[in-house]
Design a protein around this ligand. Structure first.
Ligand code: F55
Length: 818
């Protein structure tokens, strides 16, 4: 499909016109940023037509729609992706060439819209891509943060957080929709009033502060199918503009408060992943976008449907973790207070409309709000939660008479807290985990009581990733090679990629495959030289761990092993050692001191190792600054080894693991999250698996019996590695890494010594690493293994995941555009 506008000549003309129109300049005078904007406007022009067509088709065909509610959408850059999905990338690249312009340089002008932390936010973005590509009607609902994820700078080895003003030049792909603005209310109190119309009491929310929620829409372009869905992110504005005559009216204070409330709500994304901050502003953000999104969805439904009792036939709300779970009570409020339903009818509709995805079992990530805070900020919503809780507790009592332990463990309100996961499970018609192992742990451990009481709600949806961004766009050399060998069907049907299996023993194919890997490594090496000033050898093994920095992900295990290798090379300079480049990329939450210390340690080790001439460049360590979606695409393409080394049971799924696999990097990992399913697909002989199992970890956690000091005392080499943390090897300040050292050996408050079992897994990790080295030396064997990883990645497309959500949970209808 080549649209009119993407005929080269017309495209070139349009870009020139846009430069003139937007900047009163000729092309030759425009900056790259201005050209980027002009190109985007040309592309947007095409998208807008398809967007209108799609929305018209939806109006006519009236399909059921999913509203994917998420605090985070980690979209990454749009221009390249939109061109890919419009199947216009190559034409546009050529057209720009003819204008003397480089599409790569133009793409690099775009800021990453980084409205998310990590896996959860990126999953939401992949899902939107798949929903549009599979012809389903879907909205993403979220927040238009002024500042998304911070930019990370590394100064003197430390992480510095720099605000990311992604909107400063204007974002070309968004559309402000003031006509769909909604009001959201905070604070105040609830009055009970007699309603003569119904002869019963009604609840009236009074004395609140109001904020105007204004939607901005971003187009989500499906692949080659003319579908354009919408990501709707809400901005906040004060209701009454701050006017001077407010002085006279005496509501100056109120005007200032409303102005501040509006400004603060959407100011910034909380940069915590897998950790709940418990801040009032966070709850405000949650209610703000949930209320606005529900109001919009119901208003849209009511345009063409009379019976609100049938809402669930046309609408479903998927809650991305508990962050939007206030939706349960807000939907009840709207149905009762605004649509006039009674409790039972409202509950019947609500419990057919909302579904919940769990992304973690980490205790510190579970959302619990103090009742005091919740009821003060959202008095009417809180009242409804109390009633949901009261009725649910009665159900528990009926099912388990006299068992107060059940109430204690399952109630929504307990110990002065509102437990959002409990609310989501009680109201949701579906509760899903994000990988098989994770769902089993939910059923058998974390949510055991709920599973016993309502087993029919629980199901698994193993995560996936979009091959359009992470292969077709991110690794164009490999994408072309794949298409040359098996045709282009893999782009929308990744199961086809298994057809590559016939080539894994073909020497020519092996050479071509590894040559592409080499070229991608050269590209990354160039980036590293430009950004880090470190020269790395593209013939060395590129061993990569990129993901958020968290103790459970065990970047510390990785860097301790690097120290161990360094010691080995120093001690036995003659020893056979295949050159290795350890590449890290990770942002630490701003308030997470230990995570930041691990970043400092990685950089300190890098300083020593990279500058030690005696090891002859055998070992290099690189910390890539500001890891984000745009550089991730290039990193996955260049990786030889995929480090997925979380403590078993802690990583719900992981999705980076799938991106590496698709790009031909075998997994070095624990039997955790989706690694288990990766091994199922590719075979354990094509992965490097090590470490405690999830059962073993959970058993230690429940029954004790793990003492890292036994290992410390009996393993000289491990002891040596730990000693180097505090003896001046990597910092003249011997106290700098003391906390990391202590965390591995001493218990600290409620925290066990080495709570993530780093020493327990160290030896088996080192052994697996040794196997990686041996395997890499066998060139053909490695090529075969790498190709098999790509060939077996078919299951891990988000298209498969979305189809499962549709079949088992959402039951959406397909829509086709003429
Ligand atoms: C963000 C904020 C809070 Cl309060 C809690 C968690 C997060 C967050 O970012 N979580 C997150 O990214 N979880 C990840 O979700 C992925 C998608 O399901 C999983 O693959 C990954 O295992 C999980 O850690």
């Amino acid at each position: 499909m080549i649209d009119k506008q993407f005929k080269k000549e017309a495209f070139k003309e349009s870009v020139k016109e846009n430069v003139k129109f937007l900047y009163r300049k000729k092309l030759e005078e425009a900056t790259q940023e201005q050209i980027f904007q002009a190109v985007c406007y040309t592309v947007k022009d095409v998208i807008i037509d398809n967007w209108l067509e799609t929305q018209n088709a939806y109006k006519e065909q009236d399909p059921k729609t999913v509203y994917y509610m998420s605090m985070e959408f980690l979209m990454g850059r749009a221009l390249g992706n939109n061109l890919i999905n419009l199947t216009a990338y190559k034409e546009v690249k050529e057209a720009l060439d003819e204008l003397g312009l480089d599409l790569n340089v133009i793409e690099d002008q775009e800021p990453d819209p980084a409205l998310g932390n990590g896996g959860l936010g990126r999953l939401a973005a992949c899902f939107l891509d798949s929903l549009a590509t599979l012809n389903y009607s879907a909205y993403g609902c979220g927040i238009r943060y002024r500042y998304g994820m911070f930019k990370q700078q590394i100064k003197d080895g430390y992480q510095i957080e720099v605000p990311d003003n992604w909107l400063k030049n204007g974002y070309p792909f968004e559309l402000r929709r003031p006509e769909y603005a909604k009001e959201v209310h905070f604070g105040g109190y609830v009055d009970v009033e007699y309603d003569p119309a119904t002869g019963s009491n009604k609840f009236v929310h009074k004395g609140y502060q109001a904020v105007k929620a204004v939607p901005f829409d971003m187009p989500i372009v499906g692949y080659n199918n003319k579908i354009v869905n919408t990501l709707r992110i809400w901005d906040a504005e004060p209701i009454v503009d701050f006017e001077l005559d407010s002085f006279d009216k005496g509501d100056y204070k109120k005007a200032v408060e409303q102005e501040n409330l509006a400004r603060n709500i959407v100011e910034v994304l909380y940069p915590n992943d897998n950790h709940m901050a418990g801040k009032e502003l966070r709850l405000k953000q949650q209610y703000f976008f949930v209320s606005a999104s529900l109001q919009a969805a119901i208003a849209k439904y009511k345009k063409n449907h009379k019976d609100i009792m049938k809402l669930h036939e046309k609408v479903t709300f998927q809650m991305n973790d508990t962050h939007p779970t206030v939706a349960v009570a807000e939907l009840m409020r709207i149905l009762m207070d605004e649509e006039g339903l009674g409790w039972d009818d409202a509950w019947s509709v609500t419990t057919k409309c909302v579904a919940y995805t769990n992304h973690t079992i980490m205790a510190e990530a579970l959302e619990k709000w103090p009742v005091e805070l919740f009821s003060r900020l959202l008095p009417r919503v809180y009242q409804i939660i109390e009633e949901i809780n009261r009725r649910f507790v009665l159900e528990i009592q009926e099912k388990y008479p006299g068992n107060y332990d059940k109430i204690k463990k399952m109630a929504i309100l307990y110990d002065g807290q509102v437990k959002m996961a409990h609310l989501a499970i009680v109201a949701g018609y579906s509760v899903n985990g994000v990988a098989k192992l994770h769902t089993e742990i939910l059923k058998k451990q974390e949510l055991k009581d709920f599973y016993e009481m309502m087993p029919e709600k629980f199901n698994n949806k193993t995560n996936g990733i979009t091959q359009r961004r992470f292969l077709l766009h991110g690794n164009q050399l490999l994408a072309d090679w794949v298409t040359d060998h098996i045709g282009p069907e893999w782009i929308t049907d990744l199961s086809q990629i298994s057809k590559l299996k016939v080539y894994v023993d073909d020497e020519k194919a092996q050479q071509e495959f590894m040559n592409i890997k080499y070229q991608n490594k050269v590209r990354l090496a160039k980036y590293i030289l430009e950004h880090n000033g470190v020269e790395v050898n593209p013939r060395s093994i590129f061993d990569v761990q990129v993901k958020r920095l968290h103790e459970y992900k065990r970047q510390l295990l990785n860097i301790l092993h690097v120290i161990y290798l360094y010691d080995q090379i120093k001690k036995h300079p003659e020893m056979d050692f295949y050159p290795r480049t350890f590449i890290f990329g990770a942002k630490a939450s701003a308030g997470y001191a230990r995570a930041k210390k691990i970043i400092k340690l990685i950089n300190s080790v890098a300083d020593v190792v990279n500058n030690d001439a005696s090891i002859e460049g055998k070992l290099k360590v690189v910390f890539i600054e500001n890891y984000r979606v745009s550089n991730a695409e290039m990193i996955f393409a260049a990786a030889d080894v995929s480090e997925q080394i979380s403590t078993a049971s802690k990583e719900a799924s992981g999705t980076g693991n799938m991106k590496f696999m698709l790009n031909g990097a075998p997994t070095l990992g624990t039997m955790d999250g989706a690694n288990v399913e990766i091994v199922d697909e590719v075979g354990k002989e094509n992965a490097f698996i090590f470490g405690l199992s999830a059962d073993e970890v959970i058993n230690y956690e429940n029954n004790g019996g793990y003492d890292p000091r036994v290992i410390y005392n009996t393993d000289d080499e491990i002891r040596q590695v730990l000693t180097e943390l505090v003896n001046g090897t990597f910092s003249s300040d011997t106290e700098l890494f003391r906390d990391l050292y202590n965390s591995l050996l001493n218990q600290n408050g409620g925290e066990r010594a080495d709570q993530y079992f780093i020493l327990a897994d160290f030896r088996s990790y080192a052994a697996a690493q040794k196997k990686v080295e041996e395997a890499y030396k066998d060139e053909k064997g490695w090529a075969r293994m790498a190709m098999l990883n790509t060939a077996c990645a078919g299951k891990f497309t988000s298209d498969r995941t979305i189809q499962e959500y549709v079949d088992d949970i959402w039951h959406l209808d397909k829509v086709y555009i003429k």
